[in-house]
Design a protein around this ligand. Structure first.
Ligand SMILES: [Zn+2]
Length: 385
């Protein structure tokens, strides 16, 4: 039977306001960034054009020879962007699964109307401001010490003695679960209010470590950056607002939860917005720079600047990129070293802990360095022009 190339019905193509084309598969959650030429080829296939047939008007500027058109479509088939209409059901593409991540979807957040979303944001913001005002006036004022100084002292105390008693552990855990739920729901509702489509929220276990999630990959179907950025910011700000409300509502009972609760709000903001791993802050930085694979670009820049100088490539356009790549590369190995030290102290063999920490950290670092692909392998054969 003759093959007939087609675009999966679940595929959404969006041109962002900076000109980039993003393709999103609504069924698998996969995402691709393609050139204008590839977007034109996909559009033409969607309109019924097949390689070998005369070029439709939108493809004529590219001067594609029939052999080039076939090669290009074959590459798009390998990438999963184009499927064979006949064999599409017979050969589903295997989805990449990572053994150390377990995903548990709990709820499909329904679509919220923009009006309801604005109402929710207004109520939460008003509650947060009122709570902050209550907390501010309730702060104990000691003679000769201002409120700011008292806050700084409390934070310092919480950092120096981050002891959680068995009694307060349950309460702290409950607060963390509540605040995380607010965080993920805020991402989800902000997105559904813009796309009109439900969003999956749930729990992800990474190496057994629980982390709540909201699947906001459909973010790329929003053409305007001013629509995408609020979705990324919503989580942290809603969580911080909920923390303020909780703090004000608990009043004197905060003491029973222990000082670590005082740190929860600021830590949440830092952990989510400082972009040293794939968190909200990282996704924001990708939006601000317009680079959809910023981590790889930064690692390559760090490799060129600090490991192997490549005279062929000029200086990076952003001066901070090599430094950002360096910090990101070093963060996990450094954590392994500290973990070794911590475990060593715990079993009263600090030297052995430090040594194994360094061995582990060096192994992680070298594997990360080897993993940097220094070749410019970005869509080399997927350009239509
Ligand atoms: Zn988030």
């Amino acid at each position: 039977m003759l093959t007939r190339w087609m675009i999966p019905a679940t595929q959404l193509r969006t041109q962002h306001e900076d000109g980039q084309w993003l393709v999103f598969d609504d069924a698998t959650g996969e995402m691709w960034q393609v050139t204008q030429g590839v977007a034109d080829v996909l559009e033409s296939l969607d309109e019924g054009w097949q390689p070998g047939a005369p070029l439709p008007p939108r493809l004529q500027p590219f001067n594609l020879a029939p052999a080039d058109a076939s090669a290009l479509v074959a590459d798009l088939v390998r990438q999963g962007l184009v499927v064979d209409a006949v064999a599409a059901k017979a050969f589903p593409r295997p989805r990449r699964r990572r053994w150390y991540i377990l995903t548990w979807s709990i709820w499909r957040v329904p679509a919220l109307s923009p009006g309801h979303w604005r109402l929710m944001v207004t109520v939460l913001a008003a509650a947060a401001v009122a709570s902050a005002a209550i907390l501010w006036t309730d702060l104990p004022v000691f003679p000769g010490q201002g409120r700011i100084a008292f806050l700084a002292q409390s934070f310092r105390g919480a950092l120096l003695t981050p002891v959680v008693s068995k009694r307060s552990f349950g309460g702290l855990l409950a607060c963390w679960v509540l605040l995380s739920a607010v965080h993920e729901l805020a991402h989800a509702f902000t997105l559904t209010s813009r796309t009109g489509k439900p969003v999956e929220v749930g729990l992800r276990l990474m190496f057994g470590w629980p982390r709540p999630f909201a699947n906001v990959t459909a973010l790329v179907t929003l053409a305007r950056r001013s629509d995408r950025i609020p979705v990324l910011l919503a989580g942290s700000f809603a969580e911080f607002a909920a923390w303020l409300v909780l703090l004000a509502a608990l009043g004197e009972r905060v003491v029973a939860l222990g000082l670590p609760f005082v740190l929860l709000g600021p830590i949440v903001l830092l952990a989510n917005l400082v972009p040293l791993m794939r968190n909200d802050g990282y996704l924001l930085l990708q939006e601000l720079t317009g680079d959809r694979d910023l981590m790889r670009t930064a690692r390559r820049a760090a490799h060129r600047a600090f490991v192997v100088a490549d005279p062929q490539v000029g200086r990076p356009t952003r001066w901070w990129l090599p430094w950002y790549g360096l910090f990101e590369l070093a963060l996990l190995p450094a954590t392994v070293v500290l973990l070794g030290l911590f475990l060593g102290v715990l079993v009263s063999y600090p030297t052995a802990g430090v040594v194994s920490g360094f061995v582990g950290g060096a192994a992680v670092l070298s594997s990360r360095l080897r993993g940097i692909d220094t070749e410019a392998g970005e869509w080399t054969d997927a350009h239509a022009a």
